[in-house]
Design a protein around this ligand. Sequence first.
Ligand SMILES: C[S@@+](CC[C@H](N)C(=O)[O-])C[C@H]1O[C@@H](n2cnc3c(N)ncnc32)[C@H](O)[C@@H]1O
Length: 446
Amino acid sequence: MKMNADSLPLEFKERMKKMLGEDAKAFYDTFSEPEYVGMRINTLKKGALDAVKSVCGELEPVLWCNNGYYVNKEIISGKHPYHMAGLVYFQEPSAMAAVSALTIKPGDFVLDLCASPGGKATQAAEKLCGEGVLVANEIIEKRSKILAENIMRMGVKNAVVTNETPSRLSEKYTAFFDKIIVDAPCSGEGMFKKTPAAITEWSVEHTYSCAKRQKKILAEAVKMLKGGGSMVYSTCTFAPCENEGVIDWLLSTYPELELINIELDGLCDANGEWVNSKFDLSAAKRVFPHVSKGEGHFVALFHKKGDEKADLQMQKTSQLADIYRNFEKENLNIKLCGNVISFGERLYLLPQGINIDNIKTPLAGLFLGTVKKGRFEPSYALCLALSAKDFKRSKETDDAEKYFRGETQKTDIQGWTAVTYKGYPIGFGKGADGILKNHFPKYLRF
Ligand SMILES: C[S@@+](CC[C@H](N)C(=O)[O-])C[C@H]1O[C@@H](n2cnc3c(N)ncnc32)[C@H](O)[C@@H]1O
């Protein structure tokens, strides 16, 4: 069924008319237009922008995100080797605004509390440049695994994926994070075009119950933010009882929070009058599809006053750490910083300064590999987190698809070898007896 303004719920249209007045028609008209598709170029991968341009040609930038671009997915899709190698993350352009608004610095401790599938988490990881910690949490177990996959594909070295409720996390990580992202579950009005099922699930009551749930999540986030830290709250809905209504509640409930003006190009001011707020809420911003080139988002940035902060935490190193460190000496030109920990046979590199005891962690840092009968087998995640120069042995392929299908190659190389496509690692192979055995994970094969 083709989407247009007639497909929209009547109460939604009436509310938008009250909010936008004579601009409402231009807003409704956007529902007959094709949706905006965006991608971020992974700044953790050197030269990625030029590589992607060699496939796509010149790219139109997203105004509010310095590594965001509009994309035609017929030219570069999820199966393209550059996507498989983590050079690209497809993300709806307006969704890029939230992390752009948050000034994350290398070394920060960052929490993304509602993180799956990982658009904002991987964007935050890019800003950390491998230093500090990213905790990417997702409450739904199945979705936390998708999040872990995306973090591994993007070659992030310093992220922990957790699968907890916000209240379980806040017990352990009180006043612990410098930066927090709360991209809250919402009524999803900005998704109507992409996921028409969101229209059938929509009701006025649902927008109010989403606002209530967002407040509960944000209350836990405020506990986890250090004094002097910043928090971004975002949604992909237009409903003011969520958005402006929620930030009005935050400012009334937490005098330690200040709303900070977001200085990004191409966005519109939020409007406190829509919820009769006593505060000026124009520092928060909206992406409206009839004004900006995006499907719709709301973003508010807060600073927390005070100096409350928790100490760094310690985690016990695994007795199996030497097995990895020996592999590293023999096969890599780099020594990775972090604490080698283990869960059964699986080894991870946990970033320094955080303890994850009693926390459900589908990904406990960089997944290094598995110890099998005393021998270490490196993971695909380790390969994607490194660059070609970090490996003692690498083998370039001009047919990445063959590798993704699990095929072997002829080689004289002996031992663990990074397979690269145009210089970017795409997975491990192991050379023996003239053959490079394919170690691309079976569950990801084409
Ligand atoms: C808008 S999505 C997050 C999108 C993600 N930030 C991104 O950029 O890819 C909101 C997420 O919140 C999760 N969620 C739902 N209820 C939650 C709750 N009570 N507490 C925390 N997260 C919740 C959902 O499972 C969903 O993955």
